[in-house]
Design a protein around this ligand. Structure first.
Ligand SMILES: CC(C)(COP(=O)(O)OP(=O)(O)OC[C@H]1O[C@@H](n2cnc3c(N)ncnc32)[C@H](O)[C@@H]1OP(=O)(O)O)[C@@H](O)C(=O)NCCC(=O)NCCS
Length: 158
C-alpha cells in the first residue's frame, strides 16, 4: 500500500510497475527481485526495488527508488544505497546500475553518491527488450564491491 502510493506519486520519475509484478515477482517470490523499505519512527518513508541479476559479478539494477517528499535530503536515499552495497558484498555483485531520465533532479543524487554516467540511451532508440526511449536517459553505475574492485585494480578497468 505504501509502495503503491509512493510509486504513483513519483510515476513521472520511477515509471509504473503493475501490481502483478509486485505480487508475483517481488512478494510472491517467483523471481529474486527484492524491495528495501526505510522507516522513521516505524513509518515507512522510502523504498527501492532491486533486481539482483543471476550470478556473482553481475551488477544489480535499481528499478525504482523513491523517498517521501517530506523526508527528502535527510539521507534516507543514501541509506537505501548503503544497504544495496551490503547486499553486493554479501552476494558477490559488482555494483549497481540504473537508468534515469536526463531532466530529473535525481541525477544530482546519483552524482553525489559517486555513481558514474557510463552512457546515454538516446531518445527514440530501441533497447534490447524492445522499448523505445521517450527522452534521453542517463545510464549510471557504481562499483560497490571492494573484493571485485581489487581484481579491477590488478587487471585494469575494461
Ligand atoms: C532521488 C531520491 C530518492 C533521493 O532521496 P533523498 O533521501 O532525498 O537523498 P539523500 O538525502 O540521501 O541525498 C544525498 C545527497 O544527494 C544529493 N541530492 C539529493 N537530492 C538532490 C536534489 N534534489 N538536488 C541536488 N542534490 C541532491 C545531495 O548532495 C544530498 O546530500 P545533502 O542533502 O547532504 O547535500 C529522492 O529525491 C526522490 O524520491 N526523488 C523522486 C523519485 C526519483 O527521482 N527517483 C529516482 C529516479 S532515477
Amino acid at each position: 500500500m505504501f509502495i503503491d502510493k509512493l510509486q504513483k506519486e513519483n510515476s513521472y520519475a520511477v515509471g509504473f510497475i503493475q501490481s502483478t509484478i509486485w505480487d508475483n515477482y517481488v512478494f510472491g517470490g517467483e523471481r529474486n527481485f527484492f524491495v528495501l523499505i526505510c522507516e522513521k519512527n516505524d513509518d515507512p518513508v522510502g523504498y527501492t526495488l532491486v533486481t539482483p541479476g543471476r550470478t556473482a559479478g553481475d551488477f544489480v539494477k535499481i528499478q525504482q527508488i523513491a523517498v517521501r517528499q517530506d523526508a527528502r535530503r535527510l539521507h534516507y536515499g543514501s541509506m537505501l544505497i548503503g544497504v544495496i552495497r551490503k547486499y553486493c558484498q554479501l552476494r558477490q555483485r559488482m555494483g549497481a546500475r540504473l537508468r534515469c531520465r536526463q531532466d530529473l533532479e535525481s541525477n544530482n543524487f546519483w552524482r553525489a553518491l559517486g555513481f558514474r554516467q557510463y552512457g546515454t540511451w538516446k531518445k527514440g532508440a530501441i533497447n534490447h527488450v524492445g522499448f523505445r526511449a521517450s527522452d534521453d536517459i542517463n545510464l549510471w553505475e557504481i562499483k560497490l564491491n571492494e573484493s571485485i574492485m581489487t581484481f579491477d585494480f590488478m587487471w585494469g578497468e575494461q
